[in-house]
Design a protein around this ligand. Structure first.
Ligand SMILES: Cc1ncc(COP(=O)(O)O)c(C=O)c1O
Length: 329
C-alpha cells in the first residue's frame, strides 16, 4: 500500500470479530483507532473543512478555523488544517488528553484551555463561551461547530455507515457511543435505509444530558455532554443505554485481558452496553459496535489504578472494587 497523503490513512474495512462476546453471539467491532491521528474523527475533520470550502466560506491562508474538542477532533483538524493551509484554534478543557493537545500544537495549531466548569458541571458551556469571544474579536474566524453542523452527521452517513453496509449483508444491531451525536445520527440515517429493521443503540455515560439524563460529573473524554448538542435532533436511536464510568473501566480492562487490544474509554462504554443488551439478541443476529479510538492515550487515566481509584471509584466501595488491573497469578 503506497499513500500520497496522510489523509489516505483511513482504514475503512477493519472489523475485529469478537467470538462469543455477548453470550453466544459474536460481535463485530469496527476499529477506527488505526486511522491517521488515531480516531474516527479524521473523517469528520475532512468533511467539515470540505463542506466550508464547497460553500465558499473557508479560504486557505486567510480563514482561521475554530473548534471545541476534547482531543480527537482537534488533533484531526490540526492535521487537515496544516495540510490545507488554514490556521486553527482548538478550545478545550482539563479532561482533554495531554498528548493530543501537544500533537495539535505540533501540527501548528493553537490550544486554548478553559478551566471553569459550566452550570451543568461540565466544560462544554464554558468552551462555547470562549469560542463566541474569539468569533467576535476576529472577523476571519469561522467556527466549524461539530455539535450542530450537519456535515458532521453526513460524514458518518457517507463514510462510516457505508463502510458497514459494504461489509455485511445484514446488520441487526449497531452500537454507537455519543458525544456530538454526529456518528450516531449519520450511521442511523444511512443504515436504516439499507437495513430497515436495524436496532440503533445510543451509548451514553451516566451524567450526560444529551438524551434527557440528569447532569453529573464525567471523566471519560469523547462521550457525553453537559449541553444537549443540536445534532441530537437528527439522532433517533431505538435504544439509549447509559453506563457508569466504573463499568467502562471494567469493560476496558476485561477487553485487554480477553481480546488483547487496548481500546479507548468510549469503546469500553460501548462494549459494556453490548453486554447489557445481550439477552435481547436473537439467534443469527449480526451485531456491530463502533470503536472510535485505541487505549494508548488513556494509560495515565482509565488504565492507571491510582487515577481510577481517585476519580472513578467511590471511596466507600474502593476496597471491593469490581475489577483488577493485572491478571491474578
Ligand atoms: C473517543 C471518542 N469516542 C466517541 C466520540 C463520539 O462521537 P460523536 O461526536 O460523533 O458523537 C468521540 C467524539 O469526539 C470520541 O473522541
Amino acid at each position: 500500500m503506497i499513500v500520497a497523503s496522510p489523509l489516505d490513512l483511513i482504514f475503512r474495512d477493519l472489523f475485529y470479530r469478537l467470538p462469543a462476546f455477548a453470550g453466544r453471539h459474536d460481535v463485530f467491532l469496527k476499529l477506527e483507532g488505526f486511522n491517521v491521528t488515531g480516531s474516527i474523527k479524521i473523517k469528520t475533520a475532512i468533511e467539515l473543512v470540505e463542506d466550508l470550502e464547497k460553500r465558499g466560506i473557508a479560504k486557505p491562508n486567510e480563514t482561521v478555523l475554530v473548534e471545541s474538542s476534547s482531543g480527537n477532533l482537534g488533533l484531526a483538524l490540526s492535521l487537515v488544517c496544516s495540510i490545507k493551509g488554514y490556521r486553527f484554534i482548538c478550545v478545550t478543557d482539563p479532561n482533554a488528553n495531554r498528548a493530543a493537545l501537544r500533537g495539535i500544537e505540533l501540527y501548528g495549531a493553537k490550544v486554548i484551555l478553559v478551566e471553569e466548569r459550566d452550570a451543568a458541571g461540565g466544560y462544554l458551556g464554558s468552551r462555547l463561551k470562549r469560542i463566541d469571544q474569539i468569533l467576535r474579536s476576529n472577523p476571519n474566524a469561522v467556527w466549524l461547530n461539530q455539535y450542530a453542523n450537519v456535515a458532521n452527521k453526513n460524514a458518518h452517513a457517507h463514510q462510516t455507515a457505508n463502510e458497514i453496509a459494504r461489509e455485511f449483508d445484514q446488520v441487526d444491531w449497531v452500537f454507537v457511543g455519543t458525544g456530538t451525536t454526529g456518528t450516531l445520527a449519520g450511521v442511523a440515517e444511512r443504515l436504516r435505509q439499507v437495513f430497515p429493521a436495524i436496532n440503533v443503540v445510543a451509548v451514553e455515560p451516566e451524567g450526560s444530558v444529551t438524551f434527557g439524563g440528569e447532569p453529573g460529573k464525567r471523566h471519560i473524554p469523547g462521550i457525553g455532554t453537559s449541553v444537549r448538542p443540536p445534532l441530537a435532533d437528527y439522532a433517533k436511536p431505538d435504544r439509549i443505554v447509559a453506563m457508569n464510568e466504573e463499568e467502562t473501566v471494567k469493560a476496558c480492562l476485561e477487553f485487554v485481558r480477553d481480546y488483547h487490544l487496548l481500546v479507548g474509554g468510549s469503546t469500553g462504554t460501548v462494549l459494556a452496553a453490548v453486554r447489557q443488551l445481550a439477552p435481547e439478541f436473537s439467534r443469527g443476529d449480526t451485531i456491530v459496535a463502533i470503536s472510535p479510538d485505541l487505549g494508548e492515550k488513556y494509560l495515565d487515566t482509565i488504565y492507571d489504578p491510582a487515577w481510577v481509584d481517585q476519580v472513578i471509584v467511590p471511596e466507600d466501595t474502593r476496597q471491593e472494587r469490581a475489577f483488577e488491573f493485572v491478571a491474578a497469578d
